[in-house]
Ligand binder design. Sequence first.
Ligand SMILES: Cc1cc2nc3c(=O)[nH]c(=O)nc-3n(C[C@H](O)[C@H](O)[C@H](O)COP(=O)(O)OP(=O)(O)OC[C@H]3O[C@@H](n4cnc5c(N)ncnc54)[C@H](O)[C@@H]3O)c2cc1C
Length: 422
Amino acid sequence: MQTFPIVIVGGGAGGLELAVGLARNGHSDLLLIDRTPTHIWKPRLHEVAAGSGPGEIDEIAYASLAEKWGFAFQQGSLADVSAEDRTITLAEMTQDTQSHVVPPRRIGYQALVLAIGGGTPDFGVEGVREHAAMLDDVEGAKALFSRLSHRLPAHHANNTDRPFQIVVAGSGATGVELAAHLKTDLRCAALAPHSDLPPVDVTILEGADQILGGVDDEVRSVVKDQLETTGVRVETGQQICKVMANVVETRSGQTFKADVTIWATGTSGPAIAGDIAALETNRKGQWRVRPSLQTTRSDAIFALGDCCSNTDATAPTTAQAASEQAEHLIDALPRWLENEPIDAFEFRNKGTLLSLGDAGTVGTVKSWFHTDISINGRLAHAAYRGLYHQHQFRILGPLKGSEQFAADLFERAAGPRLKVYG
Ligand SMILES: Cc1cc2nc3c(=O)[nH]c(=O)nc-3n(C[C@H](O)[C@H](O)[C@H](O)COP(=O)(O)OP(=O)(O)OC[C@H]3O[C@@H](n4cnc5c(N)ncnc54)[C@H](O)[C@@H]3O)c2cc1C
């Protein structure tokens, strides 16, 4: 059995930044594990869902990053964690046919970091898993793209005058961004070669009395106006009780026609969390961590990002928070391995930015004096793109990060942002 001083499971927004950051600081004797061979920054999944081609969204192979920064990488899916003998087990891996099987693997650690992200809760609502699309991972985003690609032309072929109906369940940042992108970018960018395809109506159904719970009132009001202007219908106080193939039903007794339903009702812990007896979960199924990001039951097991929740102070489930937690652990982990004391993690909110497709970008950023400044238009768009470029700089280094930045600028100017046909 191989043993590493540091094992990181999950190479997403937080885990990958942690692996690269540690390696860049001279602690490259670590193993990164991810269930997929390539990394995609999750906040770009709605672009994948809308059909961006392989060249338009940067998929970066973990193996090449591992080679560049000098750490080890293994593809595998976490199956179990043992705190007692400090080992993890990766599930059996099968490729294509049963003839190529990687048996379950056990790997030893001195310090383990769990960074496997979360999922979307279905709240036990009937029909969600069967009929609704979710943007939890690349496969989910591609499946949504495939649904849109097939159902839009099929709808048109039926010669109906009725617009194509998309229902988005949930009005958090993901739901609102998706709804605006689908309404504003889908037709003009995606369907230009098929301009006789039907108009698309998008409805957001929100169970609470207002959209974007927890977001600044000023931002909420601007977003509401933008959604109204773009023609996205927003229905608040509508708790969904059943999702069917083409209809969504709410507790108020209303039904909404839905050619495609997208479920975007927030974040819960990863499906596997409840199966791991060594660790404690909260009611959302996230691993409970202490302020130091050590899990409540084991000093040697840390967690960051969407898969965990701090028992004292909750950081939001965002890439921004996962990245800050990674930065914290880049400093804390080597010190913990040397038996030195480590500090508590403190989340510093740098603002909220929402990209609404052709309707623009809005949000708040923190000023140098820590007050919120509301921004929109080009400045907000630049700040939004800046989040992604910071991530690229962190994982690729300044030189390669700048090249990617330039390539991204060029691609964005040249190609459509959302399309239904590749
Ligand atoms: C459409 C969309 C838009 C968003 N927009 C924003 C935004 O604008 N700003 C923002 O800050 N946040 C945004 N978010 C939220 C943000 O993407 C997440 O909060 C962030 O990615 C969480 O980072 P993480 O490192 O915890 O997990 P993730 O980035 O989800 O990474 C988890 C990694 O773990 C791997 N993994 C999963 N299970 C296993 C397993 N069993 N074994 C091994 N590996 C596993 C996955 O393959 C993945 O690589 C958005 C999310 C979505 C869906």
